[in-house]
Design a protein around this ligand. Structure first.
Ligand code: F6R
Length: 607
């Protein structure tokens, strides 16, 4: 879960590497480093801490000057964040950066120690650098091939050999890597945003392919050195979309981008007022007749799946099981060829979700991926893919990706329900029309609620713990609201099905403890309000999120946050907005690093 970059071209390489790494810090940010050919010698600069700490260090100690090199931003897996564990790592003649995990590094390390090699760091990465050096015979491709036959795990590598100045080699297995081609310059990167300010043209490197970047151009070969022709792709992302654009943080910018992201995601999938996934190669026939549906994902993406469960079950009347990918994959799931497995993932690279997808395919189930990362591993491995068009999501806490994931869940549910004959064409068209109107409501909700949420968040900042409650779709929202708050504010919180409180958890309620109750489902309102009264009677400070017309008695709520009333089934799309804003402002008010919360990384490519 790190970010790697590389550059060969006429620009100042250190500058390019630092700038590209700054777009990948979402992948990890506990240390950073670069290696650049300076006067034909590899010069390394690296530092524990954020990229800015590296920049400061280079200001004081000098930075490598040259036109070819590699860089890394780290999320520690093997060995604590420290200067010495930071990448790049070197053998005598080889220096490299690595994203991923080398599973058999202990055996290889022992083999190298037995052969008189010594190690400086605790990382698995240094083992690869030393092994490359051990086998190096002057032929980089042959040596990379030999090493790749011995290492096991997931990796993307950027490599420089001291006796091949000006050339960067790259290869990968499992972990993602793209190769950018500009005018007289070329790049490697873990993700497109890193290079988009320089070029939109890139190649997707496949498993066991090697890219050779030299004299500003790139060539590809297989492990035997045989030349490979590859298709150049063009990113449809605007370079500005990976910038803060005047906002204080990416997270708040991305919250504001939600209406546009929904429009871009759903518009191409609606024809004559009806959902139509043929643009993604999916026909109504492909969505019907399943015995059961599994939705498998992690974190926020799994919470989007919870919304999907309620909506698909309600409309299409097919049983849906939502599962956490890391549980699903080890539980011998009871699926077969009569089932559909839907994998949801922003990055398309989450290790557990990827493994869950592979397992589902092995067991014969049909697979459908809902993915934001174009050409990502999950998108490529699934039989059916619906891309969300959220653009790059940089803040670690997901907002717009969640929003487009649920908008796709709705479209899918509508089309499935219609294909299964559970709703009429008229009902389907009505629901689709309501979905198309949500971006305007969301925009208004953001504008109207910013001040309220900013104010109410000041009531949360000193809390030790809080609770989110709701029923049905509101419970699904509570889970996401709670995760959002804890990951960026560092305040403990729990999401609970409101009706379940009195079976144990209500004992946690103490005087002044904030309880955020989500009550957007009118059919369940009375029941949830009773539960709110129960916590209020035990001293809780209650904050209620409900629609603009909900009749909430004065003594039930300390604060009421009202969102527009839209079709009840679609209420999560407006209901989630205040929960995102509350989390955001609580984090800001506590002085936290909102976009880069501690201990986290955006792309979780390790188990
Ligand atoms: C939380 C968050 C994570 C991700 C999870 C899955 O804000 O973003 O919980 O949702 O790590 O990541 P993807 O969607 O990339 O598979």
């Amino acid at each position: 879960m790190c970010g790697i970059v590389g550059y060969v071209g006429p620009r100042d390489c250190s500058e390019v590497l630092v700038s590209a790494l700054s777009k990948l810090e979402y992948r990890g940010y506990d240390s950073a480093g670069i290696a650049v050919f300076e006067d034909d010698k590899i010069k390394v600069a690296k530092s524990k801490g954020r990229l800015l700490d590296l920049v400061d260090k280079m200001k004081k100690e000098g930075r490598p000057c040259g036109h070819a090199g590699i860089g890394h931003t780290r999320w520690a897996t093997h060995g604590e964040p420290s200067d010495v564990n930071s990448h790049p790592h070197s053998g005598k003649r080889v220096t490299l950066v690595h994203n991923g995990i080398i599973e058999n590094y202990k055996e290889i390390k022992q083999f190298l120690i037995d052969n008189d090699r010594t190690f400086l760091s605790d990382t698995d990465t240094e083992v690869v650098a030393q092994l490359l050096d051990f086998y190096y015979d002057g032929n980089p491709i042959k040596t990379i091939h030999k090493v790749l036959r011995e290492v096991r795990g997931s990796f993307a590598l950027g490599i420089v050999f001291a006796d091949h100045p000006g050339t960067v080699y790259a290869t990968r297995c499992e972990s993602p890597l793209i190769v950018g081609q500009g005018l007289g310059e070329c790049f490697i990167a873990s993700d497109v945003p890193a290079i988009i300010q320089y070029t939109k043209d890139y190649y997707l490197l496949e498993h066991d392919e090697i890219a050779v970047l030299k004299n500003g151009t790139v060539s590809f070969c297989d492990l035997h050195g045989r030349h490979i022709e590859k298709d150049l792709k063009t990113a449809d992302w605007d370079p500005d979309s990976a910038e803060k654009g005047g906002y204080e943080h990416y997270m708040i910018k991305e919250i504001h981008e939600q209406p546009t992201s929904i429009k871009t995601t759903i518009s191409p999938r609606i024809e004559n007022g009806m959902p139509d996934l043929s643009e993604c190669g999916i026909t109504p026939q492909m969505l019907k007749g399943y015995r059961q549906i599994y939705i498998v994902a992690c974190g926020t993406a799994m919470h989007a799946g919870m919304v999907g469960k309620y909506v698909i079950e309600k409309l299409a009347r097919v049983p849906v099981i939502v599962d956490i990918a890391s549980e699903f994959r080890y539980r011998e799931p009871l699926i077969n060829e009569d089932d559909l497995v839907i994998i949801i993932s922003q990055s398309g690279e989450t290790a557990d979700s990827k493994a869950a997808l592979e397992l589902s395919k092995e067991l014969g189930a049909k697979t459908l991926a809902i993915v934001n990362g174009k050409g990502s591993s999950i998108a490529r491995a699934a039989e059916m893919v619906i891309y969300t068009h959220a653009g790059p999501e940089i803040a670690v806490a997901s907002t717009k990706a969640y929003m487009v994931q649920i908008s796709v869940m709705y479209l899918l549910a509508f089309e499935m329900a219609y294909a299964n004959g559970k709703i009429t064409e008229e009902e389907c068209a009505k629901l689709t029309k309501s979905l198309m109107s949500t971006p305007d409501y969301i925009e208004k909700t953001i504008e109207d609620l910013i001040d309220d949420c900013q104010y109410i968040s000041t009531k949360l900042i000193t809390a030790d713990s809080l609770m989110y409650i709701g029923r049905g779709l509101d419970y699904a929202l509570s889970m996401e609201g709670s995760l959002k708050l804890k990951e960026i504010s560092y305040i403990h919180s729990e999401a609970y099905a409101a009706g379940e409180l009195k079976h144990g958890t209500i004992s946690l309620i103490t005087d002044g403890m904030p309880v955020i109750a989500v009550v957007t489902q009118n059919t369940l309102m009375e029941k949830t309000v009773s539960n709110i009264k129960e916590v209020k009677a035990r001293g809780a400070m209650t904050i209620i999120v409900c629609d603009q017309y909900a009749n909430i008695e004065g003594d039930v709520a300390d604060y009421v946050i009202r969102v527009p009333q839209i079709d009840e089934i679609l209420m999560p799309m407006v209901g989630i907005v205040p929960l995102q804003l509350l989390a955001y402002y609580t984090s800001v008010n506590r002085g936290n690093d909102v976009d880069k919360p501690r201990n986290l990384a955006k792309s979780v490519t390790v188990e």
